[in-house]
Design a protein around this ligand. Structure first.
Ligand code: FES
Length: 179
């Protein structure tokens, strides 16, 4: 476990945040899911499912956040997340692109955006390019429906996306490996 991970752990064990400090709306949706389950530890798998739907994958910060709120040891949450193959802990590629396929984004052309990225990178959702430059994932509602269709490029939520915009971004990454 790296020092950054340990610091994140401290962040959640020393204070008692109910809300994630980032202000990312996806955490609010996740909070609502945990609340609906009354923060019960038995709901861990459902909560992890929701987290993966929202974020596309389960990074350490997210696992610690869930552990803190369900009052479970992080090792338990990590253990469950790694045990089930349906959970992805991190995109394998240098860059990650998460296309939201929730209802609001779907209505505004998310399927076309996803097809555009798949064609451009020659991979399907859930895959990483053979050169390891890009992982493509999907999520169901990022909590940013007002700016649909939305795509997350390397963790940054970008709204009002078009096939042209995503092509430019993906081609830039694949050709140069930069922004
Ligand atoms: S459906 Fe895409 S952000 Fe809500």
């Amino acid at each position: 476990m790296d020092s950054q991970t340990v610091n994140r752990k401290d962040q959640y064990t020393k204070s008692t945040p109910k809300q994630h400090p980032s202000g990312d709306k996806r955490f609010k949706i996740l909070d609502a899911t945990m609340k609906r389950h009354q923060y019960q530890q038995d709901a861990l798998i459902e909560v992890l499912h929701k987290a993966q739907e929202l974020f596309g994958y389960l990074e350490n910060d997210l696992l610690y956040y869930i552990a803190h709120n369900l009052k479970l040891p992080p090792s338990r949450v990590y253990g469950v997340a790694t045990f089930y193959h349906l959970f992805s802990l991190a995109p394998k590629g240098v860059h990650s692109c998460v296309v939201c396929t929730g209802t609001a984004c779907y209505v505004k052309g998310a399927a076309n955006l996803l097809a555009t990225v798949e064609k451009c990178a020659k991979i399907h959702a859930g895959e990483t390019t053979p050169d390891g430059k890009l992982s493509l994932l999907t999520a169901r509602c990022l909590g940013a429906c007002g700016i649909a269709p939305a795509v997350v490029f390397d963790g940054t939520v970008c709204g009002h996306q078009t096939p042209e915009l995503v092509t430019e971004k993906i081609e830039g990454w694949l050709k140069h490996g930069s922004d």
